[in-house]
Design a protein around this ligand. Structure first.
Ligand SMILES: NC(=O)C1=CN([C@@H]2O[C@H](COP(=O)(O)OP(=O)(O)OC[C@H]3O[C@@H](n4cnc5c(N)ncnc54)[C@H](OP(=O)(O)O)[C@@H]3O)[C@@H](O)[C@H]2O)C=CC1
Ligand SMILES: O=C1O[C@H](COP(=O)(O)O)[C@@H](O)[C@H](O)[C@H]1O
Length: 637
């Protein structure tokens, strides 16, 4: 157990505390020590004084304009920094009463969802199970420039941790090696990790620090646009990585990890992030043992959980309930890397910051929405599609439903994480229960003779198509068409918003192209090349008036000559920043499973049989009939 003894008086004797960067108000250690000595202080009360001082400073920064106009940017950064610190206090780790309430309310919500066939409207907003004290705003990205790093040290020295420890549990795994460590290095390289940090790999294999460093080094690359001092930075990064081995289901291993972290963190402790990069079967063991034995006692603790988030309503409920016994909701970050893409953020940006789209975002103007994630990659045994729900749990439940929620939600009160999540969950709960006649499930035949063919058989769904409806005033009767599949002919990831016909179109006689394609369309393309396209009708040059359909094309690689960060980098940055709007809250997880439950049920009962399709083909034939039923012709596949 970490001692909570008041070690913070000591540095105040040696250091000067810089409270504000501009203008710098230096408060000498005498001020602090006299304040401390005038009260017989415990750690808790000194902490409160510090908090009050910071509160006063925040108020001054926000309300008293005693800086010149040039300093506005710095002031904003400093306010951000203080707000993050305030939030961290709220994330302190002991509050069993709230946890119990969360759990009871979650259970009640799930039970009532299960027992009602049309529960979409039964929860009032004010009975949502979660209360959040201090949410984070989207996009207040914390970049630690040199001056800010210095500021961070000086602001936080008074007993509050300014050290960030990131533990990667399952450090020897594919995800850790291929994505997590490289993303952490990229964050370090671009200045998004605080000055004081440590990366701790943890797994069962017996390795040394050097083994881990070599393993990580083999995957690190420097950005094309940031090659300077790359070697040096890699070495500096690797020097701050450490390895511990231990079991996943025992506290001893986790206590060992915590002790090692403490050694590196020093006397002020640290904020800690635990990235649980282990297979589902080990997830709870890890979470529960680290909850008791490895959480920081002095700073905040955030837990990153990888998808899938359970494999159905029941298993996800069990997982969530167990997690909420040990953690507060706001400590949990359920990560789905597909949500860390630019395209996803662009959904809200395009809609809420463009008058050409904002007023049109409803059933009066939008004819249908298409969400497409089609991969040319076949299924491998290593994809972990071991249960009978395959792609439904892997991609549909989180990625597709989150995309629809972000696209279709009502405007949030602010861009703060909890405000966005509140709107997402309302939207998810407004999705009509899926009619299985509006669902096509497919199964890609693995290349014959491959070992995957033998192992996977022909039952794991690798394709899912559906027409969803959202029962609210904005989207009544607008089909949201989903097409997600592996082993298809093309790699294509895009969201298409197709507008209605122009009423009484004066030019209908002059449209020379397919009239079906005459509708305007907004396309957010993630792959193959990231782009935003708007399809419009225009005049063909020449005599007479003939209309053609053209695409106004914002191709990202042409406009922005920068390397786009990997989505793990984006999302890890959000976790560090405390921005949770792209991470599913427990009630969102439940709401999404609730919609998918009927499909799972039908699959279980063999009423819905996955249709076989050829590797490299266009998916199940029946999907074509589904689109036709809803008046849709997919663009070229
Ligand atoms: N790989 C990817 O690209 C993606 C992965 N995910 C999810 O991330 C998590 C980790 O993925 P990934 O790294 O591929 O997984 P791995 O199968 O590579 O497992 C990670 C580590 O966990 C340990 N481990 C493996 N099997 C078990 C087991 N049965 N019980 C306990 N520990 C085990 C191993 O470490 P050791 O033996 O040293 O303890 C292994 O190195 C999973 O939940 C996966 O669903 C999500 C999206 C993409
Ligand atoms: O999570 C997943 O993502 C990959 C696609 O990730 P990418 O970063 O390579 O685009 C997908 O192939 C897989 O089905 C899914 O589980």
């Amino acid at each position: 157990m970490t001692s909570l003894s008041p070690s913070f008086q000591q540095p105040s004797v040696h250091r000067k505390m810089v409270i504000s960067a501009t203008p710098r108000i230096s408060v000498s250690e005498n001020f602090i020590t006299s304040a401390l000595h005038s009260h017989p202080l415990s750690y808790g009360s000194s902490w409160r004084i510090c908090r009050n001082l910071r509160g006063l400073k925040l108020w001054m920064l926000q309300n008293l304009d005693f800086r010149g106009p040039k300093r506005k940017h710095e002031q904003k950064n400093e306010i951000n920094m203080l707000q993050i610190e305030d939030k961290d206090e709220l994330l302190d780790n002991t509050e069993p009463h709230h946890q119990r309430q969360d759990l009871q309310q979650l259970s009640a919500a799930i039970v009532s969802n299960e027992s009602s066939s049309s529960s979409n409207t039964q929860h009032e907003e004010n009975t949502l199970p979660y209360q959040f004290e201090k949410p984070r705003r989207i996009g207040t990205s914390m970049k630690y420039s040199h001056s800010q790093q210095t500021q961070a040290s000086s602001i936080t020295f008074q007993g509050r941790p300014n050290f960030l420890s990131i533990a990667v549990i399952g450090a020897t795994g594919e995800l850790a090696r291929r994505k997590i460590f490289p993303a952490l290095f990229a964050l370090y390289y671009s200045g998004y990790l605080p000055e004081n940090f440590g990366i701790f790999g943890y797994s069962r294999k017996s390795l040394t620090d050097d083994d881990l460093r070599s393993m990580i080094a083999s995957t690190l690359t420097c950005r094309i646009d940031q090659q300077q001092n790359c070697e040096e930075k890699m070495e500096a990064f690797l020097r701050r990585t450490y390895y511990l081995n231990g079991g996943y289901d025992n506290r001893e291993g986790m206590s060992k990890l915590s002790a090692r972290m403490e050694q590196v963190e020093g006397e002020f402790g640290a904020n800690r992030i635990f990235y649980l990069s282990v297979p589902q079967e080990a997830l709870l063991d890890v979470a529960l043992s680290l909850a008791d034995s490895a959480q920081s006692q002095k700073g905040w603790n955030r837990i990153i959980i990888e998808k899938p988030f359970g494999s159905n309503l029941l298993s996800s409920h069990q997982l969530t309930s167990s997690l909420l016994l040990k953690f507060k909701e706001k400590q949990l970050y359920r990560i789905d890397h597909l949500l860390g893409r630019n395209t996803i953020e662009n959904l809200a940006v395009l809609r809420f910051s463009n008058l050409v789209f904002m007023p049109l975002w409803n059933r009066n103007y939008i004819r249908n929405v298409q969400v497409i994630l089609s991969e040319d990659l076949g299924l491998r045994t290593s994809d972990g599609y071991s249960n009978s729900y395959g792609i439904i749990g892997d991609v549909v439940h989180s990625h597709i439903f989150q995309t629809i929620a972000l696209l279709a939600m009502e405007p949030p009160v602010t861009l703060e994480g909890e405000d966005v999540r509140n709107e997402k969950v309302k939207l998810l709960r407004s999705i009509r229960k899926l009619d299985t006649s509006d669902v096509i499930v497919g199964c890609c035949a693995p290349a014959s003779g491959s070992k995957d063919a033998a192992k996977l058989g022909n039952i794991t769904p690798t394709y899912f198509a559906a027409a969803l409806f959202i029962d609210n005033a904005r989207w009544d009767d607008v089909p949201f068409l989903i097409k997600v599949g592996r082993g298809l002919v093309k790699h294509r990831v895009e969201i298409r918003i197709q507008f209605r016909h122009v009423p009484g179109n004066l030019y209908r006689g002059q449209i020379v192209h397919n009239t079906d394609l005459a509708n305007n369309e907004l396309i957010l393309r993630d792959a193959p090349d990231e782009a935003i396209l708007v399809r419009v009708n225009n005049k063909v040059p020449g005599l007479g008036i003939h209309l053609d359909a053209s695409e106004l094309n914002l191709l990202y690689k042409d406009k922005y000559n920068i390397e786009i960060p990997d989505s793990y980098e984006q999302l890890l940055h959000d976790v560090i920043d405390g921005d949770n709007h792209l991470f599913m809250r427990s009630d969102e997880v439940t709401a999404a499973w609730d919609v998918l439950s009927p499909v799972l049920h039908e699959l279980d009962k063999n009423n819905l049989i996955p249709e076989q399709y050829e590797l490299g083909g266009r998916g199940p034939d029946n999907a074509i009939y589904l689109w036709a039923k809803h008046g849709i012709r997919w663009m070229d596949d």
